[in-house]
Design a protein around this ligand. Structure first.
Ligand SMILES: NC(=O)c1ccc[n+]([C@@H]2O[C@H](COP(=O)([O-])OP(=O)(O)OC[C@H]3O[C@@H](n4cnc5c(N)ncnc54)[C@H](O)[C@@H]3O)[C@@H](O)[C@H]2O)c1
Length: 469
């Protein structure tokens, strides 16, 4: 059993603290937002993450998980101190804002009265481990205190964060103090995951390179989607056909509205910024960002190509969150799409299973007039009297709607499937004017089971590959 302090109770901090407590450790989570801590003590979570509420309650009641705003309380007797605070885009050029990490490091230094390993889980620019060391060193209240810094980037995905923490593909530990890295490795041993130990800079870079690669896969398939659409091929089936190649894989080849969320957009920007600052010209990263930005615009061009002017129309939007199974609205395509639609004089009706409240706040922050938006109780209510329906987030409940009923509720049967979740020929049969992302109208392909070339009934590709960051 170790004594652990986790700084920050957001998606990463709360999941990390709770899972470490669930492994039998004594964990105290510290946050500067008193309201969050008060709510957590009452069992109310600041975020939606499947399974997390139950795990927080269980470990809190077992006395293994504690919440406080006090660094001295959190740090007391801690062997490990995790930093899991936010690192949003900061300066005008796309670099990461390190203020929260530096402030956490200062607060640690002011209260630290024993040796501890400080583990950085926040995604930070290459070289930040040195910055954290320097800030702590310069602010220690006792000069005899020693400490080590280890970089341990986090790879969990919102929506499946508990499983990702408990069954990680790998754990990356970077430090200039190998002994400290091995001590952290022992803490993770029960997870039985491959552990990559490296130097600080390399560990920090592994996180950015991983996210940039996944974002590149998404922008790549979105570019292919546009070519498919123009030439009459179906990108969904192209992706299935590509994904069977082990060198390529199926994941992150879903054409759609592009990536959003709290990580990919800011991390690709920050990596490009680091490269720019180093005097390089990261062409691929800039192309990835440009394609991603344009992708969500396609909804507007698809709508106007069918409806003409949007002025006076009512457009239904299904989904607000940047991906299913989260209420996170950071850089969600829905915000841009709703802003563009309403700015053209249309009214929007919208529904999201869990992100209505965070969605409403995000729309207000982005200057969308809420009198142009009606928040509905369910997907069918959204469809009522609309001139078009747009699928923005691929929540499971949108995949099994009674589309005949949906069509009967609409004023005009226009369906823009931004996530390619419906079968085009079925939608045409139901009378929809159906537009998807990069899908032509060719015949459905047949996939024969391996090794059998005899005539078999046609199989539709059924891979469900909704994987986000
Ligand atoms: N969200 C993800 O899916 C994800 C995945 C991998 C990595 N990351 C990275 O992990 C980091 C945290 O991300 P997140 O999504 O959990 O952020 P978040 O915004 O959800 O949570 C950050 C928390 O830190 C708190 N905080 C800020 N400054 C503090 C301070 N000085 N002391 C104590 N608490 C403080 C905030 O109040 C907030 O509760 C980021 O660097 C992010 O890039 C996030």
């Amino acid at each position: 059993m170790s004594v652990i302090c986790v700084i920050g109770t957001g998606y990463v901090g709360l999941v990390t603290g709770t899972c470490l407590a669930d492994m039998g450790n004594q964990v105290t989570c510290v946050d500067i937002v008193a309201e969050k801590i008060e709510k957590l003590k009452k069992g109310i979570l600041p975020i939606y993450e499947p399974g997390l509420e139950e795990m927080v309650h269980r470990n809190y009641q077992a006395g293994r998980l504690h919440f406080t705003t006090s660094y001295s309380e959190g740090l007391a007797a801690s062997d490990f101190i995790f930093i899991a605070v936010n690192t949003p885009t900061g300066n005008g050029q796309g670099g990461a804002d390190m203020r929260y990490v530096e402030s956490a490091a200062r607060s640690i230094a002011e209260e630290l009265d024993h040796y501890a390993i400080i583990i950085n889980k926040s995604t930070v620019p290459v070289g930040s481990g040195d910055v954290v060391s320097r800030v702590i060193h310069n602010n220690l209240k006792r000069s005899d205190i020693t400490f080590a810094v280890v970089s341990n980037p986090e790879f969990l995905r919102e929506g499946s964060a508990l499983l990702d923490f408990q069954q990680p593909d790998r754990i990356v530990l970077g430090s200039s103090d190998p002994e400290a890295a091995y001590t952290v490795a022992r803490l993770y041993m029960p997870l039985r995951a491959p552990i990559v130990t490296t130097d600080l800079y390399t560990a920090e870079m592994i996180k950015y390179a991983s996210n940039a690669f996944l974002a590149t896969k998404i922008s790549f398939i979105n570019e292919i989607a546009q070519i498919c659409e123009r030439l009459g091929a179906d990108v969904k089936e192209v992706a299935v056909g590509m994904g069977y190649d082990k060198r390529i894989g199926h994941a992150f080849l879903n054409a759609g509205l592009g990536y959003g969320g709290s990580c990919f957009p800011k991390d690709v920007r920050a990596l490009a910024h680091m490269a720019d600052e180093a005097g390089l010209h990261p062409q691929l990263l800039h192309a990835v960002m440009e394609i991603n930005h344009d992708q969500r615009r396609l909804v507007i061009s698809k709508l106007t190509s069918i409806l003409g002017s949007l002025r006076g129309t009512t457009i239904g939007v299904l989904g607000l969150a940047f991906k299913p199974n989260t209420d996170d609205m950071r850089e969600a395509p829905a915000v841009d799409i709703i802003r563009w639609i309403t700015s053209q004089g249309a009214h929007v009706r919208v529904y999201d299973p869990v992100a209505s409240e965070t969605g409403r706040e995000a729309l207000v922050r982005e200057g969308v007039r809420l009198d142009s938006v009606t928040f509905c109780e369910n997907a069918y209510s959204v469809a009522e009297q609309t001139d078009a329906l747009v699928i923005v987030t691929e929540w499971n409940e949108f995949k099994s709607l009674n589309m005949q009923h949906v069509r009967s509720l609409m004023h005009r049967p226009v369906l823009i499937d931004g996530r390619n979740i419906y079968d085009g020929s079925e939608m045409h049969r139901l009378g929809f004017i159906y537009r998807a992302m990069g899908r032509g109208t060719g015949p459905a392909p047949t996939i024969l089971p391996a090794g059998d070339s005899t005539a078999l009934p046609a199989l539709q590709p059924t891979l469900d590959l909704n994987i986000g960051d």
